[in-house]
Write a protein that binds this ligand. Structure first.
Ligand SMILES: [Fe+2]
Ligand SMILES: [Fe+2]
Length: 166
């Protein structure tokens, strides 16, 4: 999937990156279904590092940009429904992501015990099951709509705003 509009393309690339990371998360959970892995296992440690490093940007920053800049833009163009629906989903996903990042902080300090592993599996699966469909929905519905609608002046303004504040 490729978009002419650079804002759409950037968000699409972020969706692909977060979906790939969430698939690794789901695979790790499935692989260690019966007992907690060693948090220092290189593959597990890399996953924990990547989640802690990437989720704040992929969730907080990305969601805030969509809500403040894109959903309001579509609202002004007469379509408030899609923004309201996606904002509702953001409200469900945000606390799961924040709780997972916080838990990863504890795991890095103390490792996994049975309770922390059970909590990690629950939050990780919930994040996967909510954020993967959300990103796909935006790829299929939101981004094509913006790609059609947005003029190049608005595109440049939003692209600079989003990418220059990385
Ligand atoms: Fe979103
Ligand atoms: Fe998104």
């Amino acid at each position: 999937m490729n978009f002419q509009n650079r804002v759409c393309q950037k968000l699409h690339e972020e969706h692909a990156a977060v979906v790939a990371m969430l698939e690794r998360l789901a695979q790790t959970i499935a692989r260690h279904r019966d007992s907690a892995p060693d948090a220092k296992d290189p593959m597990v440690a890399k996953l924990l590092n990547d989640l802690a490093a990437e989720l704040p940007g992929e969730v907080e920053r990305h969601f805030a940009f969509e809500e403040t800049e894109l959903f309001s833009y579509l609202g002004e163009a007469g379509n408030q429904e899609i923004g309201a629906h996606l904002t509702h989903e953001h409200g469900i996903i945000r606390p799961i992501g924040a709780a997972l990042v916080k838990l990863i902080g504890d795991v890095r300090a103390q490792g996994f015990d049975a309770a922390r592993w059970a909590e990690f599996r629950r939050l990780g699966q919930d994040l996967h099951d909510s954020l993967v469909p959300h990103a796909r929905k935006e790829d299929m519905a939101l981004l094509p709509m913006l790609d059609d609608l947005m003029d190049s002046e608005k595109e440049t303004q939003l692209y600079e705003k989003y990418v220059e504040h990385m």
